[in-house]
Design a protein around this ligand. Sequence first.
Ligand SMILES: *[C@@H]1O[C@H](CO)[C@@H](O)[C@H](O)[C@H]1NC(C)=O
Ligand SMILES: *[C@@H]1O[C@H](CO)[C@@H](O)[C@H](O)[C@H]1NC(C)=O
Ligand SMILES: *[C@@H]1O[C@H](CO)[C@@H](O)[C@H](O)[C@H]1NC(C)=O
Length: 327
Amino acid sequence: MKVSEVLLHLWWYALAGSAGALAKSTGGSQPVIIDTDIFGDVDDVGALTVANTLQNCGLADVRGIAIDTHSKYGALAANVRFITLAYNWPRALDSSASTPTPLEMYRSVLNAATGNSINIISIGFLTNLADLLKSEPDKISSLSGKDLISSKVKELVVMGGNYPSGWEYNFGDMDPESTDYILRNWPKTIPMTFSGFELGGNVYSGQRIAENSPVNSPIVAAYQWYVGRGSTIRMSWDPITTLYGILGLDGFSKLGFRPMLAYANKDGYNSITSSNGSNAWVNDTSVTNQHWLKLADGVTNSSMAWLLDQFFIHEPSQKSCFGYLSE
Ligand SMILES: *[C@@H]1O[C@H](CO)[C@@H](O)[C@H](O)[C@H]1NC(C)=O
Ligand SMILES: *[C@@H]1O[C@H](CO)[C@@H](O)[C@H](O)[C@H]1NC(C)=O
Ligand SMILES: *[C@@H]1O[C@H](CO)[C@@H](O)[C@H](O)[C@H]1NC(C)=O
């Protein structure tokens, strides 16, 4: 399949079925938009697995998925195993739906949302989000992108950067200008939380998923294919970011856990310090809407990895969050 077809079949249906299919997921479910470079690394698959499981058990409400198609790993899209993932998502494919651009998806999902309700989870480059922030009123909404964000977004959660300073791929590799634009122009009233290279880079998830997963698990297949030599162990940047984007700091209790993440700072803001996309935190007590994440006190890299593995091995058709553990 061509990359464009795979994108259509895998992900854009997330938008097509919104209204009807989502009516039943109310209550405690957090509405999210996920912006991913899905074909860049298998940890994006892990991230979507976390979102899928939390959606099935009523904690997440995925309103849209935007793809960054600039990935240099486009060949991964040809791997038919990824397609199996789509079948396990709760909504039916609607292949007749016309494919919106990422900007149209963002603007229509936000336009339809209630006030300050949507969490945007960015686990790829910031290109689509910068396009949204720069967008003018159009047929979809009479609001500018900035006003749509200010009125409809609850929080922006970004996997990107290195904390308190350094260089990281999502910020610097493809589109550092968009990263800089977002950091400078994001509305100061809307929280922006960062999950850095150093957080997910020390958490090795996927350790025992081959033995413990359902037969023909697409997750295991994707991890084995990507990591190679039969291994499934991978760093966990995007899954951790997605977990926070859905549960926040306090939502772990809904899974029966104590908070596993915490903010590493009280105030200040993130900044781009070089044209290569390097970032550094700037101390400033007058800015309080920005944070970067760390593991909560007493949580180890391996306990976070264990938690992520529970999502990876979970049978997607089960409505529980943790069918495996409750046995
Ligand atoms: C990025 O640029 C900064 C400043 O010019 C430099 O110190 C740093 O080594 C560069 N990092 C990378 C990964 O190129
Ligand atoms: C910012 O504040 C933190 C915590 O108080 C401190 O450790 C750090 O050195 C400060 N950074 C700079 C660049 O001053
Ligand atoms: C996670 O691993 C890194 C690298 O080994 C280590 O520096 C850090 O202390 C670990 N974090 C915890 C909470 O143990």
